[in-house]
Design a protein around this ligand. Structure first.
Ligand code: PLP
Length: 388
């Protein structure tokens, strides 16, 4: 039986074309981009070509793209770098309660360094209200950070509206676009963002490669100090194979973005409909329509997500409870808590995230298999027996 991978929001397999594009940059074009000889210059030319391409994809200028070691680094840098550079203006940052840990933990750290952080609540679907953002801005506010789409429940946030408010108030706006880069069209002008984080491994690119878009004129301190790389904004020898791989993955993803998004939306909606109609006391988390094409997050009452996950795994189906980073802890997901889900329901949640390799047959198999897993687990569940 072939295994079924429905955890693309955690990471994705690297595509063959991507691997083939990367390979020469490990053993043939292996020069250091800082070297003046032809080995270095050949690598540098390829990196700059990729920078041009990626900049064009998101309607930015090449000099506004800085390559990083991934989404976590980009988020850390955006927040810490602006906080340090704008100390003169203020010490207040606005974010939301449903950000990825790579934003929330950074904000927690900055709070301990003396910054004021406002964590905006979200509604039942996981939307941040742009009106709340406006109300939270003070003359000490230096940065607003709200994610483009949530990695757990798939909700796509009103980034353009929030960005317009930030712009009107002269406050920098950062968005974590790790889940949308290569999946939804991104135009930094239309989104009104000053800083945007993305990485390669959520779109069939390699792990450990990412980028931070920094709008020209934005004041930000460098993240890594050392050599002259990346116009002294981010020292360290460039990860040339990783950058080339990210470029190739983005190129492939963008060439098919419309058709792939339609295909995944149909699979997603079939999965949601198939599961909700065959499992009683189940519900969808996040908004039914304004959500990532490949994301289905459902809660199933009276049983534990972990138990379902393990039963599915025994049938060769890989999904996730909440976000991969928290699956090992017993705290309910902060995102599911933020949308007001009671703890019992939050604990019975599963995230299926689809990607390029996902087929119709795989979705039908999940719809086939999960209801009987649920019945079996409920038959031994005291909560199920005690239900009203
Ligand atoms: C995966 C993810 C990250 C972390 O990116 P890495 O490249 O794994 O460090 C950050 N934000 C979101 C929304 C993510 O889904």
């Amino acid at each position: 039986m072939d295994k079924i991978y429905l955890d693309h929001a955690a990471t994705t397999p690297v595509g063959t074309e991507v691997i083939n594009a990367m390979l020469p940059f490990m053993s043939q074009v292996y020069g250091n981009t800082s070297s003046l000889h032809s080995f270095g210059q050949e690598a540098k030319t390829a990196v700059e070509r990729t920078r041009d391409q990626i900049a064009a994809h998101i309607n930015a200028r090449p000099e506004e793209i800085v390559f990083t070691g991934g989404g976590t680094e980009s988020n850390n840098w955006a927040i810490k770098g602006v906080a340090l550079a704008r100390k003169d203006k203020g010490n207040h940052i606005i974010t939301s309660t449903i950000e990825h840990h790579a934003v929330l933990e950074v904000c927690g750290f900055m709070e301990r360094q003396g910054l004021d952080i406002t964590y905006l609540p979200v509604d039942e679907f996981g939307f941040v209200d742009p009106g709340d953002v406006k109300k939270a801005i003070t003359d000490r506010t230096i940065l607003i950070s709200v994610m483009h789409a949530n990695n757990e429940i798939g909700t796509i946030e009103p980034i353009a509206e929030i960005g317009a408010i930030a712009k009107n108030h002269g406050v920098y706006f950062h968005t974590d676009a790790v889940q949308t880069f290569g999946h939804c069209p991104i135009d930094v002008e239309k989104l009104n963002v000053d800083l945007l984080s993305a990485c390669a491994h959520k779109l069939c690119g390699p792990k450990g490669a990412g980028l931070l878009y920094i709008r020209k004129g934005t004041r930000i301190e460098p993240f890594l100090h050392g050599g002259d790389q990346e116009r002294r904004l981010r020292a360290s020898t460039l990860n040339v194979p990783g950058i080339i791989g990210m470029g190739k993955a983005a190129e492939i993803a963008l060439a098919e973005i419309g058709s792939e998004s339609l295909r995944l939306t149909a699979l997603r909606d079939r999965l949601i409909e198939g599961l909700l109609s065959s499992i009683e006391d189940s519900r969808l988390n996040g908004h039914p329509a304004r959500r990532l094409a490949g994301n289905a997050n459902i809660s199933i009452a009276y049983i534990e997500g972990e138990a379902m996950l393990l039963s599915l795994d025994m049938q060769g189906i890989a999904a996730s409870t909440g976000s991969a980073c928290t699956s090992a802890s017993m705290e309910p997901s902060h995102v599911l808590s933020a949308i007001g889900l009671p703890h019992e329901l939050a604990h019975g949640s599963l995230r299926f995230s689809m990607g390029r390799s996902t087929t119709h047959q795989e979705i039908e198999r999940v719809i086939d298999v999960l209801p009987s897993i649920v019945n079996k687990l409920r038959s031994v569940s005291p909560q199920y027996r005690r239900r009203a």
